[in-house]
Design a protein around this ligand. Structure first.
Ligand SMILES: Cc1ncc(C[n+]2csc(CCOP(=O)(O)OP(=O)(O)O)c2C)c(N)n1
Length: 320
């Protein structure tokens, strides 16, 4: 990686020192999602309204009478963060038009877990994206309904053991593949979609900043490591996120007005998926056959993605 050419990604002075998601919340130790929220808030700045679907981040951040948030924040039901976001955005527009608030851009940002995004909040999300609201939706994907006890979601990967599909004599964990939510949102013809992970903080923050500037709907899918649900050592949170990218389990890319661009942090060559799986207790039971099946699927999915990306036609073409 050329640090000079990629100065924007590496310059530490670009990180805002101000905290909008403060210490003292009740997230599990090593929580990737809490770290990602903190980084997201720094990139968004103070002119932001957060609409938070029920989930871990709501539960851990607002233990009455305290709050970790230094931004206007509203908690909404599990299924409707995107609808409430659309309402907030419309209300801000009217208030500005009537001169009741300052004439400057305030961004509405909806946040939800994978359960609240892939599954139960999907209808609201799809509507908000399709209607073209000026809303950024960030999904913090920890790959299960974590706050209620690690139940499987549409985001849980094939083979993972959860409390609703526990691995055992009769089961190898989840039998279905993960939904490709970034593709589904991109099919709504929104101006900006990106994948990101807290293990690459500046890349994530740059994508948030970019999405903030979009006039219209935008979506960021942030892989968020959950040491509790993934059965990962807390000190391995960042490592697990990096391995997801290095093995091609979670490629980093952007879709701007339909144009795919692979992010420069993807690896030159994919590592074997086993490196990623063996770090996590939720995959401990997998047989060699299942691991091979997962590996084949990763190659298939990554090739499909590379075919769409205009800046890259093989992993080997990436700059070191
Ligand atoms: C309509 C409805 N169904 C179920 C629940 C219970 N519930 C609250 S949070 C949650 C899981 C949230 O999972 P996810 O969106 O993945 O976020 P995470 O907790 O993993 O951050 C569930 C099932 C609820 N509050 N409302």
């Amino acid at each position: 990686m050329n640090i000079v050419e990629n100065f924007d990604l590496y310059a530490p002075r670009l990180v805002d020192k101000e905290e909008y998601f403060n210490a003292g919340h009740r997230a599990c130790s090593g929580c990737g999602e809490a770290l990602a929220i903190r980084l997201m808030c720094k990139a968004l700045g103070e002119d932001t309204v957060i609409v938070n679907a029920t989930g871990c981040m709501e539960v851990i951040s607002v233990m009455y009478p305290t709050t970790a948030w230094s931004l206007p924040w509203i908690h909404v039901a599990f299924p409707n963060a995107a609808s409430v976001g659309a309402g907030v955005e419309a209300a801000l527009k009217v208030l500005r038009r009537k001169g009741k608030i300052a004439d400057r851009r305030i961004k509405t940002v909806c946040i939800g877990g994978d359960g609240g995004t892939f599954d139960i909040g999907f209808q609201a999300l799809s509507g908000t994206m399709e209607r073209g609201h000026d809303v950024l939706y960030v999904c913090f994907d920890n790959e299960a309904y974590m706050n209620t006890g690690i139940q499987r979601s549409g985001a849980t990967p094939f083979g993972a053991s959860t409390t609703t599909n526990p691995a055992g004599a009769a089961s190898q964990g989840k039998d279905e593949w993960k939904k490709n939510i970034a593709e589904i949102i991109a099919s709504h013809n929104v101006p900006y979609v990106a994948t990101a992970c807290h293990s690459y903080p500046l890349d994530f923050m740059n994508k948030v900043k970019k999405a903030r500037e979009v006039e219209g709907p935008s979506y960021i899918h942030c892989l968020s490591v959950c040491p509790t649900g993934w059965r990962v050592q807390t000190e391995d949170c960042i490592k697990a996120g990096r391995l997801a990218v290095e093995t091609g389990v979670f490629p980093l890319y952007e879709i701007e007005n339909g144009k795919y661009t692979m992010s420069s942090l993807n690896p030159e060559e994919l590592r074997p998926v086993e490196d990623y799986l063996k770090l996590q207790g939720r995959f401990r039971h997998l047989t060699t056959d299942s691991i091979e099946k997962i590996q084949d699927r990763i190659i298939l999915e990554n090739n499909k993605l590379l075919d769409k990306a205009e800046n890259l036609h093989s992993w080997a073409e990436l700059e070191g």
